[in-house]
Ligand binder design. Structure first.
Ligand code: NA7
Length: 555
């Protein structure tokens, strides 16, 4: 079928009818099921995995861990749920987060609403009946007035098109689709990519592998996570103060409460105005080094100009380079691991545990792809212009077609059977990251144009789910069949999303990141998430509702 051919009029036999179809059963899909069911709707969720968890179901690679503290990276919608789970570390590892997701599914009896091991392949809007017709890879057909895409912002794995990939005789893995049964990594392992996933996996795999070859295209800025066991008294203090913590998270710029029992105590002692932050540019080189010795990586936040000004940022990049050279013993390897040519704060901040230290191990080789690009994958390994590397296992830590990929991989068709992937060919356009003009009653959770990946994503998810549920409730209570973003509202929102990103390091001319779609060949370059802040975004969404769903057409 070509992308303009209509399938909207196709007759569906044996169609199961619901009030809402939810695509995905990660943290967004799970809360949607719970919330919509609470509101009296019949809901069916379709999930490709064999269980709930989404990101935390798929990303089982060694070392996979969240970089947001667990006490805040958890649902806030139910005060009893908050008390019912114990976290063991400040930042939880993947098995624990997946365990938490499973606990939520059990507690709220969510699984009976989910079709597992099933992938949605198409969703088409039947204009006459104001109904979404959804079909799956198992041949199921479902219909519902509302279709909600809880497909995740980082769920469409990106495997680069490298010649010869099909020839490789050993296992080929992607960090974002890691086998449930685990993998033997005791032999010669090759890993391509040094983003968050690679940086987390590399130190752990290095301990298992006979030899690890790290194929790095762009060196990155990564800071020590300093993860620790979660102290029981800290956990308890959070639990006692969760109402305040959650409220602060909801209205914060990025979904973090900045609440801490420890900080709270010390603030009381030192109440008073905070000293002005110094500028890195006005410090001498020796003062900068001293500041680094005193504050470590915190120094970049301490200086007020690092993320505001490219010249100041360049000084921070130099400080970072000194650090890499201090940790990595081989100067040539240190040089290869030193980021250059783009500012700190352009790509997503990575946190690590012993990443740079790992390159001092005898069984780890860094292959700098800037010195010799990948030529091909062979039956027994990988060839760059510099040589051939014999491998038993090949791992792609090459990221995702972020924010739009999971939506565009489904054949989504709105009014006139127009395909979303055609509408978005030059970059996505949404209103509030919640709806696309021409796609009535279709909602996206953490979609492009919303705070999404720039916020603690569970807090962002909760805001979306609650807004969508209230919106559907409003439509049903007032006899409306459809809600649809108007094209001018979507256009104005797109301009605003660009406007607030202007001047940030995210969109610096030398910056290439998945936030900009730059990691996917042929993808339009556009800054995808909303950087204006979660609290401000929430206020705007509430204002839109108070103004009678301003920018939407209710019919
Ligand atoms: P990322 O952050 O997109 O990192 C992918 C890495 O893979 C990055 O180092 C890329 O280098 C590298 N890459 C991608 N394609 C290639 C090819 N063709 N050849 C060599 N190297 C390549 O994905 P992650 O999974 O690490 O993290 C994604 C997010 O998940 C993360 O930010 C957290 O929010 C959680 P490049 O920099 O493009 O040169």
């Amino acid at each position: 079928m070509t992308s303009t051919e209509s399938s909207a009029t196709a007759t569906f036999h044996d169609v199961a009818s619901y009030d809402a179809v939810v695509v995905g059963a990660g943290f967004a899909g799970m809360y949607l099921i719970h919330k919509l069911r609470q509101d009296g709707l019949s809901v069916r969720a379709i999930e490709a995995g064999t269980d709930v968890g989404g990101t935390w179901y798929w990303n089982r690679y060694p070392g996979a861990r969240c970089d947001v503290p667990s006490m805040e990276y958890s649902y806030g919608f139910d005060s009893e749920l908050e008390q019912s789970w114990e976290w063991t570390e400040i930042m939880a590892a993947q098995p624990e987060i997946l365990g938490y997701a499973r606990h939520v599914a059990d507690r709220f009896d969510l699984r009976r609403h989910i079709s597992f091991s099933t992938r949605v392949v198409a969703a088409v809007f039947d204009e006459e009946r104001a109904t979404w017709m959804v079909s799956t890879d198992r041949g199921d057909r479902l219909e519902a007035p509302f279709c909600i895409m809880a497909t995740g912002a980082l769920s469409a794995a990106n495997i680069p098109d490298i010649a010869g990939l099909e020839r490789f005789r050993g296992p080929v893995l992607h960090t974002g689709a890691w086998p449930k049964q685990g993998v033997d990594l005791s032999g010669r392992v090759g890993i391509i990519g040094t983003g968050s996933s690679g940086v987390q996996a590399i130190p752990v795999i290095a301990e298992q592998a006979e030899h690890l070859f790290v194929f790095q295209r762009t060196p990155g800025f990564t800071f020590p996570a300093n993860n620790k066991a979660l102290r029981p008294d800290v956990q308890q203090a959070y639990k006692e103060n969760y109402a305040e913590v959650r409220e602060r998270q909801r209205h914060s710029p990025n979904g973090f409460s900045n609440w801490s029992p420890i900080r709270k105590a010390s603030l009381r002692e030192t109440d008073g105005p905070r000293p002005a932050r110094p500028e890195i540019r006005t410090d001498t080189p020796e003062q900068r080094k001293q500041a680094w010795r005193t504050y470590g990586f915190g120094v970049f936040q301490r200086y007020s100009d690092v993320y505001q000004d490219l010249d100041a940022n360049a000084l921070a990049v130099d400080l970072f380079a000194d650090h890499v050279h201090e940790v990595v013993t081989d100067p040539a390897v240190a040089e290869s691991l030193t980021p250059e040519g783009y500012p700190l704060g352009c790509k997503r901040q990575v946190l690590d545990t012993n990443f740079f230290e790992t390159f001092n191990r005898a069984n780890v080789t860094l292959v700098d792809l800037r010195r010799g690009a990948i030529v091909e994958i062979t039956e027994t390994g990988l060839r760059t212009t510099e040589g051939h590397y014999e491998l038993d296992t090949l791992i792609f830590a090459t990221g995702f077609d972020a924010m739009t990929g999971a939506l565009e991989r489904i054949d989504l068709r709105g009014r006139g059977a127009v395909a979303l992937r055609d509408v978005w060919a030059n970059g996505p356009s949404t209103y509030l990251g919640l709806q696309v003009a021409g796609f009535p009653n279709l909602f996206t959770v953490t979609g492009p144009g919303s705070p999404s990946v720039l916020a603690n994503v569970i807090v962002a998810i909760e805001q979306h789910v609650e807004w969508i549920a209230a919106c559907i409730g409003h439509l049903r209570a007032n006899g409306f069949r459809t809600i649809e973003a108007t094209a001018p509202a979507a256009q104005a929102w797109g301009l605003h999303v660009n406007e607030v990103a202007e001047g940030t390091m995210y969109v610096a001319p030398t910056c290439n990141s998945w936030y900009l779609g730059a990691n996917i060949e042929g993808k339009a370059r556009m800054f995808l998430p909303y950087v204006g802040g979660l609290g401000r975004y929430r206020a705007r969404c509430e204002e839109v509702v108070a103004n009678g769903y301003e920018g939407f057409t209710l019919a």
